[in-house]
Design a protein around this ligand. Sequence first.
Ligand code: 13P
Length: 250
Amino acid sequence: MRRPLIAGNWKMNTDRAAAVGLATVVAQRAGEAPEVDLLVCPPSIYLAPVREALADARVSLGAQNMHQESAGAYTGEISASMLCDVGVQYVILGHSERRHVFGETNAQINLKTVAALAAGLTPIVCVGEKLEQREAGKTAAVIRDQFTGSLSDITADMAPRIVIAYEPVWAIGTGKVATPEQAEEVHADLRKLLVERYNGEVAESIRILYGGSVKPDNATQLLTQPNIDGALVGGASLKADDFLGIALAG
Ligand code: 13P
């Protein structure tokens, strides 16, 4: 069975005190949701203090991005080994904001995924269609293209160590959540793509998260779909009550 993962992507929000405060509350209350794995992904500059605030609570720490090279002249970038050095376990890769605001390509995301795995991090590889692509009936093709390109060097041996997140771009930060049926359709397609690309056993082992306007009051319907194995939560992860409310729905 796949254990649900409820991940909070704090994006470029909080300050040091708010980040530490939020992490402290989530760590203290993690025991309320024993059935799920919890993960918080603060801005990179607050990873170290958030690590301390989480102490040895059963809440994991994730970064929102990284560079594929291990070191060198890459001003402003952070490597996988640097993330490991401050106690990071997960890294979100190819988030729609990285793809569409910063122009990240499938090829780059593939390199980052390989580098994350090599460093011992668990990558959360994101895919998702834009509204105009959905309206043009291109959702399945876009997801296939992003899946294939972003995981092009990931072998069947490596694949069980990744997490996939489906985040329809039109549902991110808009309050327009995908219906459970819309989300499940894409998650089931992703599971099929995993079977085709790897095999049934690998496909069954990989967690596929849904992201896009997940809130405590819509989480149960989403998380009870057969192929939805957790949530990647933006706005609602900034309030401990909402984040834990979603975790309880898992
Ligand atoms: P919202 O939950 O704010 O829609 O953000 C989703 C997201 O992008 C998580 O990575």
